[in-house]
Design a protein around this ligand. Structure first.
Ligand code: F6R
Length: 256
């Protein structure tokens, strides 16, 4: 894992944005996995300001709530439209987000996996992390080999996401999420985490054992993972000096 620690979320985000811009520059038809939530909002703003050409890019979002229509202000369809898609020249048919209103959810999940394969797999998967270590909506004890499927949110995640819905009771109980196995097949995983609330989850993901009790720890099994953290999210890591030193040693052309 490459651990990049910056003093602010803005600085960490700029690195992530450059990394994504580099990919789109090198591979205009890149397949990019996207995330929602508070963490990537800054990144999407930076990407918009970079005026990249999204016309050949294909995207797959990690997850979506079940049972709220895509027009609902808190659906991840709406989130992505507001935060990114309506500001860039991506073709609507190149955007993929799980369908939380599908009549046959298991079939929709299987078809999502097929669509990812048909697109040639994901070049870069963007990830946030839950306060408990979830990635996508793979809650604690999710199988590390899981594929796109239905998950039931934990009370902790519903509490964490209540801020978007007004109160916890409004947060849907079920979601469709790419599985951990699906995420691990992306050629590069880029995880962003900011703030003290994420510090424990990050420490477990990077320096703890690989365990379904911290789903992000499965990333230790992946050959190409980059973490962009602010200092608060990195605060419980034990080897920060080493991570900083390794990043500082990198020649500029290799840095994002
Ligand atoms: C959202 C997702 C989740 C979030 C996580 C952190 O697509 O996959 O794993 O990344 O819940 O959410 P924020 O960024 O709101 O703290």
């Amino acid at each position: 894992m490459e651990i990049i620690i910056q003093s602010t979320p803005q600085a960490a985000t700029e690195i992530a944005a450059r990394l994504m811009a580099k990919l789109i520059g090198k591979k205009p038809g890149a397949v990019i996995g996207l995330a929602t939530g508070s963490t990537p909002e800054l990144l999407y703003r930076s990407l918009i300001n970079l005026h990249l050409d999204w016309s050949r890019v294909t995207t797959f979002n990690l997850d979506e709530y079940i049972g709220i229509p895509r027009e609902h202000p808190q659906s991840y369809h709406s989130f992505m439209q507001q935060q990114l898609f309506r500001h860039v020249n991506i073709r609507p048919e190149s955007v993929h987000i799980p369908d939380g209103m599908a009549a046959d959810i298991p079939a929709a999940c299987q078809s999502y996996e097929s669509q990812i394969s048909a697109a040639g797999g994901i070049d870069l998967q963007l990830l946030g992390i839950g306060t408990d270590g979830h990635i996508g909506f793979n809650e604690l004890t999710s199988s590390l080999a899981s594929r796109t499927r239905i998950k039931t949110l934990t009370p902790q995640t519903r509490r964490d996401n209540a801020r978007f819905f007004g109160n916890e009771d409004q947060v849907p109980q079920h979601v469709i999420t790419m599985g951990i196995g699906t995420i691990l097949e992306a050629r590069h995983c880029l995880l962003l985490a900011f703030g003290a609330k994420k510090a424990r989850a990050i420490a477990g993901a990077v320096e703890g054992p690989v365990t379904a009790m911290n789903p992000a720890s499965a990333l230790q099994l992946h050959p190409h993972v980059t973490l962009c953290l602010d200092e608060a999210a990195a605060a419980e890591l034990r080897m920060t000096e080493y991570y900083r030193w390794v990043y500082d040693q990198k020649p500029d052309w290799q840095k994002a």
